[in-house]
Design a protein around this ligand. Structure first.
Ligand code: UD1
Length: 422
């Protein structure tokens, strides 16, 4: 397996183009299952998770073509042969569960393996299943699979989520577009990826109101058509690269970025002493002056501070002046990067869902292990700030969510290279 070698101490300067959002693309792709007409996604990111979703859709009989070096995905579910999403593919990625709602809505039947994904907590799919049951689906869990049927079609209903789930909101939103009558999703997720999905579904002919608020209303239609849709900017990749000059010094412009995608995160950076300027092309980021200050961070569903930027923010706070606190409220086991950062000299105590980070003058390079997607990039960021060399091992997770990380950081002056595995 490949490793990433980072030499610390470089000052960064230049621009980084931000890709389309992995998490948006992973929910837009299954939307193809709702129609027999073509769906074209532009601004797609080139990531292994996108390849996994491609394989999954192809295994169901959909056509998925990667055009323009993977930046455009041409999808067609004209002939779906198999309504069975197999464990062998689904186990690689939790987002695979997103094929369930669309298949059930269009074909009245689906069998989907229970998913895997990053090892950051239990991450059940009970909210997805309960929501589909509310729409009249009959579900049975057997042999690790969800066997779902809706012989007379799905029926609109009020679906109230007990807590906010991005994936469950997406799954039920897609299913509801073809249900008979009106569906109201209450306590829905408000993430930009949900708004992006709703916009794409609307282009396909869906009738959706309220996406981006906590109440989404869907008037079911008989069928959906094709559409062409650009994938929204990846706010997590954006936040990650905004942290690079904050950690290393220098100035980086993140092309395609907008503060509205990450307001809570930008507020925390400002509080920590990082200047963010909106430019014509995106966001320009640099340290205001001197050392970064300590801050208190609490992750929350959008518009709160994203859990997917918690590990990277921790890397920044490792060298801040004073004591910071990071509270993780979304996933129960999402501090696996803390012991790895400690190997680099960070001073971090984790108690339950809270990490206390006491800033040190300088981190020191070390061999470390990437444990999940966002943890792996936090170790790269820490390596950029550390004295000496850091080798991040097991970067398999990194390639799931960041395209060409070494090329993008290298282009702004970071000393980083990939070491191919045996
Ligand atoms: C999505 C993102 C992921 C991000 C997360 C939270 C994708 C592909 N992934 O994941 O990067 O970290 O949102 O912003 O978009 N839960 C249940 N039962 C359910 C569903 C969720 O208990 O049926 C729990 C989860 O275990 C977690 C919390 O709810 O503790 C939030 O999860 P959810 O918002 O559903 O995350 P994902 O959609 O899986």
């Amino acid at each position: 397996m490949d490793s990433i070698l980072v030499k610390g101490g470089a000052t960064l300067s230049g621009a980084i183009p931000i890709a389309g959002a992995k998490n948006a693309c992973l929910t837009l792709m299954p939307a193809t299952l709702l129609t027999d007409e073509p769906l074209t996604l532009t601004n797609a990111p080139r990531l292994s998770d996108i390849q996994t979703m491609t394989l999954l859709l192809q295994s169901l009989g959909a056509e998925v073509q990667a055009l323009q070096d993977g930046k455009v995905l041409a999808l067609s579910s004209h002939t779906i042969g198999d309504l069975h999403a197999d464990y062998d593919i689904v186990r690689k990625m939790r987002a695979s569960i997103l094929v369930l709602g669309p298949m059930l809505a269009r074909f009245g039947k689906a069998e989907v393996s229970l998913p895997g994904g990053c090892a950051i907590g239990a991450r059940p799919v009970d909210l997805h299943l309960k929501g589909l049951e509310d729409l009249g689906a009959e579900l049975e869990l057997r042999d690790g699979y969800v066997h779902a049927e809706a012989p007379g079609g799905l029926k609109g209903a009020v679906v109230e989520f007990p807590f906010v789930s991005v994936g469950a909101t997406e799954n039920i939103l897609m299913a509801a577009t073809l249900a008979k009558g009106t569906t109201v999703l209450k306590n829905a997720a408000r993430e930009p990826e949900i708004v992006d999905l709703a916009e794409c579904l609307a282009k396909m002919g869906a009738r959706i109101d309220g996406a981006g608020t906590d109440t989404i209303t869907v008037e079911g239609v008989d069928s959906l058509g094709g559409a062409t849709h650009p994938v929204v900017t990846d706010r997590i990749e954006l936040g990650t690269y905004m942290l690079a000059p904050a950690i290393c010094g220098g100035e980086v412009e993140c092309l395609g970025g907008r503060i509205g995608l990450l307001s809570a995160f930008c507020e925390k950076l400002d509080e920590a002493g990082i200047a963010i300027e909106e430019t014509k092309g995106g966001l320009k980021v640099a340290r205001k002056n001197g050392r970064v200050g300590a801050v208190e961070v609490r992750t929350a569903p959008f518009p709160g501070f994203p859990t997917d930027l918690q590990a990277q923010m921790m890397a920044l706070l490792c060298t801040a002046s004073g004591e910071s606190r990071l509270e993780e409220t979304i996933f129960e086991n999402r501090f696996m990067h803390a012991p790895e950062l400690a190997r680099m000299g960070a001073d971090i105590d984790v108690h339950g869902g809270t990490a206390t980070v006491r800033g040190v003058d300088r981190l020191k390079g070390a061999p470390v292990m990437a444990t999940d997607l966002r943890a792996s990039v936090s170790l790269i960021l820490a390596g950029l700030a550390a004295e000496g060399e850091t080798v991040v091992n097991r970067v398999y997770h990194l390639d799931r969510g960041y395209e060409q990380v070494e090329a993008k950081l290298g282009a702004v002056g970071a000393l980083i290279e990939r070491i191919p595995g045996a």
